[in-house]
Design a protein around this ligand. Structure first.
Ligand SMILES: [Mg+2]
Length: 211
């Protein structure tokens, strides 16, 4: 019997919008540093690549990686400013809100995200959905998905078989959780999966039919 539902955040609870990368410009402005589009592109690429090289999010590691990737020097405060700016970048849909409203009356809902806990918590506040979750687990406190430690932290006190993970990344949100004995649902929002090996939803509100 499922008791706890563990949600991924980006592109599961909050769709990622390209314009959110503009938050980097906000951070540059706060340190009076002149920037150009190429720098923004390089820095956003670095963020996308970080998990290939590091198993946990540490501000100093991420900043050093971004600096190296873009070949620029940035003060330590840049990352704090950027994470603050990013906190305002979050919109979700009425469909997702309605579904969470239904689910949180039946299950203990938490978030498990490969990003900084404080920044993701701010984004959940901005999207006005933090109230549905009893806890936000970020990857600055323990290893990122799909390391087993990540799911074990998010299960926290529940049997693994009582936990259901839901997310848009087949490796991080589905396979890793299933391997540990959790249940998992793949949120295939781009309709690219046509197999039947993994339980799949195409719309977030489909969860109301299943759970
Ligand atoms: Mg995601």
């Amino acid at each position: 019997m499922i008791k706890r539902i563990i949600f991924d955040l980006d592109n599961t609870l909050i769709p990622w919008e390209e314009e959110y990368w503009d938050s980097l410009k906000g951070a540059f402005k706060r340190i009076n540093y002149s920037f150009n589009d190429e720098m923004i592109n390089k820095l956003s690429q670095a963020v996308g690549e970080y998990e290939k090289y590091y198993p946990i999010y540490k501000k100093e590691d991420l900043l050093a990686f971004m600096e190296k990737y873009a070949n620029i020097d940035l003060p330590d405060i840049f990352l704090d400013y950027w994470l603050e700016e990013l906190g305002y970048c979050a919109k979700t849909s009425q469909e997702i809100i309605d579904t969470l409203e239904y689910l949180y009356q039946k299950y203990d809902l938490v978030v498990l995200t490969n990003w900084f806990t404080s920044s993701q918590t701010e984004r959940l506040i901005t999207a006005n959905i933090l109230k549905y979750f009893s806890k936000v687990y970020g990857a600055d406190e323990f290893l990122i998905k799909p390391y087993p430690e990540s799911y074990l932290m998010a299960a926290n006190g529940y049997q693994l078989s009582e936990c259901l993970m839901i997310g848009d990344n087949l490796n991080n949100d589905v396979k890793g959780a299933l391997q540990l004995g959790m249940k998992a649902i793949y949120f295939d929002l781009e309709n690219k999966y046509h197999g039947n090996e993994y339980q799949t939803i195409k719309k977030f509100s489909d969860l109301k039919k299943i759970l």
